[in-house]
Design a protein around this ligand. Structure first.
Ligand code: MN
Length: 244
């Protein structure tokens, strides 16, 4: 049996081939899964469960078909789709996990996180994150008309692109947008786990490291910009990260 983990699909009407690739994965290989975990940034943007995106409707149907076929699906919010709510989750037949969450994977505890919480060197980003995850901020946002929310999302994307350009210009993009090693080490200790799985940084890899004299593993999921990317975990403890 195999458990699947993926993240950072950034489904977007501008890249319909990726939505199709994901739909084909859900209708195909995923049917054999013991469980499927989507660790955030499934959508490039999400302004509330009345979001008019075609990808949202299509993916909800395919995810629902998968869970109806007996594959449990769990979803964790990313920094792009943190407004995915209970209504859409119900429609898609998935369970929303808190970030971080420790699950039992074949009887071993594994920590799951989107990954942005580990990027603590990016103080400016963490301040924005704290604001947009505040339930009062979210309630105010969701109370606005759809058109206003879509305009806000576009503005946020422009601001994020401008900031990325500024960081690239300053030569700090690589370091500031990656996880902070001290925070990673602290989480291994705090949560008492030796394996964590996250996305967000779009730097797929399996890192082996020593924390407090313990062998630990940090698995980073890949994005779905040029291809698909999945992590397969098998019952014998193996992890395989591959492109689709
Ligand atoms: Mn992200």
């Amino acid at each position: 049996m195999t458990t699947y983990f993926l993240s950072d699909l950034h489904l977007d009407p501008a890249r319909p081939a990726i939505t199709e690739l994901f739909a084909a994965f859900l209708d195909g290989e995923a049917r054999q899964a013991q469980a499927l975990y989507v660790l955030g940034d499934l959508f490039e943007s999400w302004v509330g469960d009345d979001d008019p995106s075609e990808a949202g409707a299509l993916v909800a149907d395919r995810l629902r078909a998968l869970s109806d076929a007996g594959v449990p699906v769990a979803f964790m919010h990313g920094n792009r789709d943190f407004l995915v709510g209970d209504a859409w989750a119900q429609r898609a037949g998935l369970r929303i996990l808190p970030d971080p969450a420790v699950i039992l994977l074949y009887d071993r505890p594994v920590l799951l996180t989107h990954g942005d919480l580990l990027c603590t060197d990016d103080v400016e980003y963490q301040a924005i994150r704290a604001q947009t995850r505040d339930p009062r901020w979210q309630a105010q946002m969701l109370a606005q008309p759809l058109a206003a929310r879509l305009a806000f999302a576009q503005q946020a994307r422009n601001a994020s692109q401008a900031r990325a350009a500024a960081l690239r210009e300053a030569g700090t993009m690589e370091s500031i947008t990656d996880v902070a090693p001290a925070t990673v080490a602290e989480w291994f200790v705090r949560y008492g786990i030796d394996t964590m799985i996250h996305g967000h940084t779009h730097r797929p890899a399996i890192h082996e490291l020593q924390v407090a004299e313990r062998a630990c593993r940090r698995i980073v999921l890949g994005d779905w910009f040029e291809q698909g990317s999945v992590l397969r975990a098998s019952a014998d403890g193996r992890f395989e990260l591959s492109a689709l």
